[in-house]
Design a protein around this ligand. Structure first.
Ligand SMILES: *Cc1c(COP(=O)(O)O)cnc(C)c1O
Length: 387
């Protein structure tokens, strides 16, 4: 099977991890600080806090922001459940904003209508690696005195108007899960320019304990064990060196798809907005008819291509239905979640594999839904393009 995403680990990564295993430090040791320094520098931010997962990073960012029961946070339904699960974990209420029809990111023009007295923050998610409209989102946040915390788990390496993701808001969260831009096995981080947030997250990462001048362990905050290990940080350091190369390869995959599928009338290809640089975490196509999507998915799986869905709207998950989102249906999100399909996209994917996948998609439509038939049925593009 060709998976939708896959890590890229080579001999250099393995060589970087090996010496740590026979060193004095297995868990948090010197590699953590080194990894944090390099990650912060890479993003153009002052501080980074490395933690055990992207989910842990979201939890700590929300805690550092002071989010608490009763607070409302405006975010997107087109994300991995962890974005809003961690809001629930701190007692805050996610308020779902519809998505843009062109990038499938939060629609910044619909945010202001959702702001109430209880709103404390906006959590944009850079879906698939295409940055959200951060200039506008930051403007809205400033006007209404809201905090912006970016879920950039898809977007390490992305740029918005030539500025790196990680330097655009109060706190930015990354994940180093194997399918993400770089991996540490499990892992995550928060980058920030704010010293208070930084110090708070360092404390909360390790039980809320610190050593006082007499060397005693003193606990002043309710913390967790969200530490990354030195073994993982060594892998992260080695991976970070290759991030640029990984990004170039992902862009090449996107170009190959565009060339092979660009004139196929039954689908809509993903795009990178002018002036932005996507990290191409995911390559998501839409079928112009929702009914085609599941059939195409089944066909590709039968042929050995493990396509995926990103994402069913978070509010449509049974748990969210149960806790009060039963009647929520956002127009663009509904259309999107019924026609999206994630094609394989990762640095190690070859041109031959992309051409193989593209050929399967063309063959499928040739026999199942030729364009002439679709035209006769007066099928139109369900998404009007905006840019
Ligand atoms: C991967 C991901 C997370 C969670 O990261 P983990 O490291 O798997 O905990 C959160 N949000 C988004 C958008 C993600 O893609």
């Amino acid at each position: 099977m060709i998976p939708y995403g896959h890590q890229s680990i080579d001999q250099k990564d393995i060589a970087a991890v090996k010496p740590v295993l026979s060193s004095d430090w297995l868990t948090q040791g010197p590699k953590i600080g080194e990894f944090e320094k390099n990650l912060a520098r890479w993003c153009g931010a002052k501080y980074a806090v490395a933690v055990s997962s992207g989910t842990a990073a979201l939890h700590l960012a929300y805690l550092a922001a002071g989010l608490k029961p009763g607070d409302e946070v405006i975010t997107t339904p087109n994300t991995f459940v962890a974005t809003t699960n961690m809001l629930l974990a701190v007692g805050a209420k996610p308020v779902f904003c519809d998505i843009r029809p062109d990038t499938y990111n939060i629609d910044e023009t619909k945010i202001e209508k959702l702001i109430t007295k209880k709103t404390k923050a906006i959590v944009p998610v850079h879906f698939a690696g295409q940055p959200c409209a951060m200039t506008e989102i930051n403007r809205i946040a400033k006007k209404h005195k809201l905090l912006v915390i970016e879920d950039a788990c898809h977007a390490l390496g992305a740029k918005h108007k030539n500025k790196k993701v990680g330097s655009l808001s109060a706190m930015t969260v990354f994940s180093f899960h194997p399918v993400k831009s770089i991996t540490t096995g499990e892992g995550g981080a928060i980058v920030t320019n704010n010293k208070n947030y930084y110090q708070k997250m360092i404390l909360l990462r390790s039980h809320g304990l610190y050593k006082d001048q007499q060397g005693r362990n003193v606990m002043t905050e309710l913390g967790y064990n969200y530490r990354l290990t030195d073994i993982q940080a060594a892998l992260g350091l080695s991976q970070l060196k290759k991030l640029n190369q990984f990004l170039v390869k992902r862009h090449r995959v996107a170009e190959w798809y565009k060339k092979a599928l660009g004139d196929l009338g039954q689908i809509i290809l993903p795009r990178q907005l002018f002036g932005d640089y996507s990290s191409w975490h995911l390559y998501v196509i839409l079928t112009k008819q929702p009914a085609w999507r599941d059939k195409l998915k089944k066909y590709l799986w039968q042929k050995g291509v493990a396509v995926n869905f990103h994402y069913p709207a978070v509010y449509s998950q049974p748990y969210y239905q149960k806790i009060g989102f039963k009647n929520l249906k956002l127009k663009n999100t509904e259309r999107y979640q019924n026609s999206c399909l994630t094609l394989p996209c990762y640095p190690g994917l070859t041109k031959n594999q992309v051409q193989f996948i593209a050929k399967l998609i063309k063959d499928f439509f040739q026999s199942y839904a030729p364009l002439e038939v679709s035209r006769r049925k007066n099928i139109i593009n369900i998404f009007s393009s905006r840019s």
